[in-house]
Every structure is written in C-alpha cells, then in structure tokens.
Design a protein around this ligand. Structure first.
Ligand code: HEM
Length: 349
C-alpha cells in the first residue's frame, strides 16, 4: 500500500506513541505495586532536581516541611476546584485530613522507581506532541485525525496535572482511579487515530460486504462489560490500598473486601465467556491471516493471562508482581478489544 511520506511519518509516530503509552502503564504499575508513588514529594521535578538524589545526605535539613507546605498549597487549589464541582465534603477532607500531608521517609529505590515513571511519562508526552504536529498532514483529507490527535494532547496535559494531584494528596485512591481511566482514554484515542490513518488508504483491513451484525453487537457488549470490569477492578484496588494502611493482615484482604471483589470475580467469568464466543465467531467469519482473527486471538490470550493473574492475586495475598501484571494485561486487553471493534467496521465505497 502506498502512503505519502508525510502520512507514513504520522503512522510511524502514532504507532511508537502507542508502544510508549503501554510502557508508561507498565512503569505506573510497577510504581503502584512497589508503593513508590510518594518517591518524589514534589512535581514535576523530584526533590527539586532534574536528576534526583541517591542518598539522604544530599538533602538539606528540614526538607520534609518544605515539600509538605508545597503539597498543602496545591491541595488548597485542588479543593477549590472540587468545591466548584459541588463536592463540599471532599473539599473539606482535602483541607483537613491529616493523613494527606504525612511525610514519607526518603528511600532511594522508591525515588528512582517514581523518577523513571516520570521520565517515561515525559517521553510519552513528546510522542503525543509529535503525533499531533504530524497529524496536520490530514487537515484536508481526514480532519478527524487532526482533531483527535490535538484532543489527545490536551488530555495528556490534564493527565500530567492529575499525576501531580496523585502525589500532593498522598495517593488518594479515587484520584488514582481517575488517573488510570484517563490513561485508557489516551490509549484508545491513539489507537483510533492510528486506525483512521491506516484505513484511509488501506481498505483491505476492513470488512468487505459481509453482514456482521451479531458479531459487532457482541464486540460492543464485550467492550462495555470490560469497561465495567476495569472500573470495578479499580474499586477493588482502592479497597486493597485502604487495607494496606490498616491493621488487617494481607492474607485477609480479599475476604474483608467482600462484595466488591465478588462482583469483580463474577464479571470476570462473564467477560471470559464473551471473549471466547467472540473469538469463535471471528474465526468463522475471517481467515487466520486477517487482523480481525489476530486481535480476537490476542484478546483471548490476554483474557486468559488476566484471569490467571487475578486468581493468583486472590489466592496468594495479592503479590506485587501479579498486581503489575494484572494492571498491564488489563490495559492491553482493553486496547486489543477496542482495536478489534474498530476492525469490524465495513468498507465504505
Ligand atoms: C476479564 C478479567 C479481568 C479484568 C479485565 C480485570 C481488571 C482489573 C483492573 C483494571 C484492576 C485494577 C488494577 C489497578 O487499578 O491497579 C483489577 C484489580 C483486581 N482484580 Fe481484576 N480483572 C479481571 C479478572 C480478575 C479475576 C478473575 C480476579 C480474581 C479471582 C481478579 C482480582 C483482582 C484483584 C484482587 C484486584 C486488586 C489488585 C490490586 O490491588 O492491585 N481480577 N482488575
């Protein structure tokens, strides 16, 4: 397929962006499971440096108070925003809850884990910037690619700001959830612009003259279910985080969480069944060389790994490696399903 050079450049950059975005998710997952979220008490710099310290002796005396004051100021501004949106109770909590301003002892490993996460985040920001710049080649031929690429740039700026609020609020669980869901939005927009750019010229990846009504409905139901499952999953993670700071033993977390976890497990089996059915339906409609088949297969494999890592989380007291795996595979699975849904679109002549 012949693409003009400028379009090739966009498609390549967009593709690299998607890969880098998944790297950010991996880095974020590692930060989460190693408890490194507060590795840098400030933002965007880390201990007010471009390259953070490797030893506590490099920090000036009384540095703790300085960063706590910075976070308090930031939280006050954030409380105003929350208040503006009508949540007075949350604004009050942000202003008065002592645990939000707790100081965390310096720890080299945690600081550098969080620092690497931020570096990858910055790289993804530049990737999205270049994707948006290069998208202007579609200004006349496919305006939606420009619009979505530019929107994505705005979303990632909001995402970076949310990252700073995650730190200033000492990892408040619901903010982490919004931060994660917004990451999914960014990933999906990137997949969408990539898909649009490729199919502008290469129609062969699309469905030709076949009626795929049932399949498409099923793919939509499946991705909506997956979205629900992700949201319930983040709810389970919020509970896990709250329990981590409590006296409850880690082995008792799952039973203590109770209903939320039961819903998550139940929905997991529903998702699994749907992904399996979807795979077999795709297999009967497409040959094994098609992208549709490949992505249905990828979704099937990923849902298997997701179930396995979930069961390990539940059985073995939520081990850190399974937390990272569960978060990363969940995001990949969602991305694969979203791309599959796009691939079920018909060719327009
Ligand atoms: C389709 C299948 C599944 C999907 C898409 C899914 C998705 C998710 C997501 C997105 C999270 C939040 C991760 C985070 O915010 O860090 C989560 C958490 C969790 N899930 Fe699942 N999940 C699935 C299946 C399961 C199964 C089968 C189990 C166990 C039987 C399970 C157990 C858990 C647990 C224990 C957590 C909390 C983990 C933590 O605190 O890091 N999940 N899930």
């Amino acid at each position: 397929m012949m693409f003009p050079a400028a379009e090739k450049r966009f498609i390549k950059t967009n593709f690299i962006t998607i890969i880098v975005l998944f790297l950010v998710v991996i880095a974020g997952g590692v930060v989460r499971s190693t408890g490194s979220g507060m590795g840098c008490p400030d933002w965007p710099k880390c201990f007010n440096r471009i390259v953070p310290p490797t030893d506590i002796s490099q920090l000036p005396q009384g540095y703790e108070q300085h960063y706590i004051e910075g976070r308090a100021k930031k939280n006050e501004r954030f409380a105003k925003i929350v208040e503006f949106f009508g949540d007075k109770e949350m604004a009050y909590k942000l202003r008065t809850d002592k645990s939000i301003l707790q100081h965390e002892e310096f720890n080299v490993a945690k600081t550098w884990t969080e620092y690497i996460n931020r570096l990858v985040g910055v790289i993804s920001g530049f990737c999205l910037l270049f994707t948006a710049i290069y998208s202007f080649t579609y200004l006349k031929s496919k305006g939606s690619i420009v619009v979505w690429s530019v929107i994505n740039l705005f979303v990632v700026v909001i995402q970076a700001w949310l990252g700073s609020i995650v730190v200033s609020t000492n990892l408040m669980p619901w903010i982490i959830t919004v931060h994660m869901l917004l990451a999914l939005v960014i990933v999906c927009i990137s997949i969408y612009t990539y898909f649009k750019a490729v199919t502008l010229r290469d129609k062969t990846v699309l469905v030709s003259n076949r009626s795929l009504g049932v399949l498409k409905v099923l793919a939509i139901v499946s991705i909506l279910l997956m979205l629900t499952q992700v949201i319930v999953g983040t709810g389970v993670r919020e509970e896990v985080d709250l329990l981590t700071d409590s006296a409850v033993a880690r082995t008792d977390f799952i039973t203590t969480i109770g209903q939320q976890f039961e819903v998550h497990r139940w929905l997991a089996y529903c998702s699994l069944i749907l992904v399996i059915v979807l795979f077999f339906l795709v297999r009967t409609s497409f040959n094994s060389g098609s992208r549709q088949f490949k992505f249905a297969l990828i979704a099937l494999i990923l849902v298997g790994i997701q179930m396995l890592s979930g069961i390990i989380l539940a059985r073995y007291a939520i081990p850190a490696f399974a937390q990272t795996t569960h978060l990363v595979i969940g995001t990949l699975l969602f991305g694969a399903q979203f791309y599959l849904l796009l691939l079920l679109n018909k060719q327009r002549h």
